[in-house]
Write a protein that binds this ligand. Structure first.
Ligand SMILES: [Zn+2]
Length: 412
């Protein structure tokens, strides 16, 4: 978060104040360690901070480069997504992908660079691994609902974070309906595309569509938009944070105040009506080709389910697949791409993750992770709007799940 200013020292540039390129990370979510600025070339790497091992989140702003063609070199392996870096010319309000053509990758993924010819007058441009999403974005999104008049939308204090921030959760829908549902995001702070999926879910429920009406009448929702709020605001990786990250904090006594509050509040709030809990994530970086491109999809992750819970998730996943296939232009989900428990990296033995903890709560039918690729699913871009559409399709799927398959209180 330190402001880093590096002035060019060549004789030519000493004559021209306009040539001083500045790299800044002093804003919410900023993350980069600048090594050198040489002419229009910037050399930097992601700031790993307290991460155990390697990860790939970064976010920085380049100033005074309007009209120039800049090249940014990343020293610590290939940290650029399938569609290039995300960039914003309006101070982080709107984002797009720069494109795969802007990127030069080393074959062995040891380093990577991108080149961008900035429009004249674009004197400040932000770049990020993906489209960022901060507390300020959530507050802006939730502002139209803040009066609480619509569908009982309410924001509550959740916990004071380790770094002194006030974390929050929100509830909406019908407290007297038969079902309760939880969505969480940013257990791993860098996984920002998950937040747009959450926006899509909330928009659908709060809206006037048939799905929104049904869910608003039959379900009360609780969302925790930023489990690792400090990591989100400070621009940490969050994933594999030492001594363990927020999604390895659910066994025993949590070390993070937010996780402690979630463990206390959710079961009390949900009681026996709490049926579905979905934790929104993004997977590994989707730039490696081969097997690593299995990351480029939208998939559920199974955990330590009972046979009934496993069957319920299978049903929801199939419904979700059907909904995405029916929606023209939608990012498709395929149930056979879900990750079974015990396969690949999905072998957690303890119940230290959110989903493995949630599965132990009385009456919970589904508690899972939904992973949404950072930038690409089969050639289609993940953007703010396509990620919101994934959330909308998940909301349609929930309605269908409850109507067709849910058991217990209120089931028809
Ligand atoms: Zn994650």
């Amino acid at each position: 978060m330190k402001k880093i200013v590096v002035f060019m020292v060549s004789a030519f540039c000493a004559l021209s104040a306009f040539s001083e390129i500045e790299v800044n990370t002093n804003y919410a979510g900023g993350n980069a360690v600048v090594k050198k600025i040489d002419g229009n070339e910037i050399f930097l790497e992601q700031d790993l901070r307290d991460t155990s091992g390697w990860w790939f989140y970064w976010s920085f702003e380049v100033k005074n480069a309007g009209g120039k063609e800049i090249t940014v070199h990343f020293a610590n392996k290939d940290v650029i997504e399938a569609h290039g870096p995300a960039y914003s010319l309006d101070g982080g309000k709107t984002w797009q992908w720069l494109g795969a053509d802007s990127v030069k990758r080393q074959k062995d993924f040891k380093s990577v660079s991108f080149t961008h010819k900035l429009p004249e007058g674009a004197d400040s441009v932000r770049y990020c691994l993906a489209f960022p999403y901060q507390m300020a974005d959530f507050k802006e999104f939730a502002a139209p609902y803040a009066s609480g008049e619509r569908k009982n939308f309410k924001i509550y204090n959740l916990a004071k974070t380790e770094r002194g921030r006030q974390n929050i959760y929100a509830t909406f829908g019908n407290p007297n309906g038969p079902y309760k549902v939880v969505f969480t995001a940013r257990h791993h702070s860098c996984e920002s595309m998950a937040s747009y999926v959450m926006e899509g879910i909330v928009s659908e429920v709060m809206g006037d569509s048939e799905t929104g009406k049904w869910l608003g009448e039959n379900v009360e929702f609780l969302i925790v938009p930023f489990v690792d709020l400090d990591g989100v605001e400070d621009g940490d990786q969050g994933k594999n944070r030492k001594p363990h990250d927020h999604n390895r904090d659910y066994a025993g006594v949590p070390i993070y105040s937010t996780v402690k509050a979630i463990k206390e509040i959710l079961p009390k709030w949900g009681g026996e009506k709490l049926k579905v809990m979905i934790d929104l994530h993004c997977p590994w970086i989707g730039n490696r080709g081969g097997d690593a491109d299995l990351q480029r999809r939208v998939f559920f992750v199974y955990s330590q389910e009972t046979p009934a819970q496993k069957s319920n998730l299978g049903k929801l996943s199939k419904i979700f697949e059907g909904v995405t296939l029916k929606t023209p232009g939608a990012i498709a989900h395929s149930a056979n791409e879900d990750i079974p428990y015990g396969q690949s990296w999905n072998t957690l033995k303890t119940r230290s993750s959110f989903k493995s903890w949630g599965l132990t709560l009385e009456g919970v039918e589904i508690c899972t992770t939904l992973e949404t690729s950072y930038s690409d699913v089969r050639g289609l871009q993940i953007t703010d709007s396509s990620a919101r559409n994934i959330g909308r399709n998940l909301a349609y799927s929930l309605k269908e799940y409850f109507e067709k398959t849910a058991s217990g209180i209120g089931a028809k």
